[in-house]
Design a protein around this ligand. Structure first.
Ligand SMILES: [Zn+2]
Length: 99
């Protein structure tokens, strides 16, 4: 484990495995020796324990004046808050996109 203050970047291991297995197929086909290395990486990813994370719900406020509803739970709220007070969805939109 790294001991710094940087937030860990959680990724979807299934998507990475799919990418390595499928999207890298052409590259693997070009170099058969590397195919074994890619398979080792896929195996290592499968063996890593899953991190304890909660999936973040995203939504947006739909409506105008004091009559907004959450696109995630469809419940009403009077202000465009950063998070839906009903379902907890993150309403910050593009500000919240992470790379
Ligand atoms: Zn909501």
């Amino acid at each position: 484990m790294t001991m710094n203050n940087k937030m860990p970047k959680y990724i979807n291991a299934d998507e990475l495995t799919e990418y390595l297995a499928d999207d890298c197929f052409t590259w693997r086909w070009l170099n058969d020796d590397r195919a074994d290395e890619v398979d080792s990486v896929i195996k290592a990813i499968a063996e890593m324990p899953a991190a304890d994370v909660v999936e973040v719900k995203h939504g947006e406020w739909v409506g105008y004046n004091f009559d907004f509803y959450c696109s995630n739970c469809n419940r009403y709220h009077t202000v465009r808050s950063n998070f839906c007070p009903h379902c907890g969805a993150d309403m910050r939109g593009e500000q919240n996109e992470r790379k």
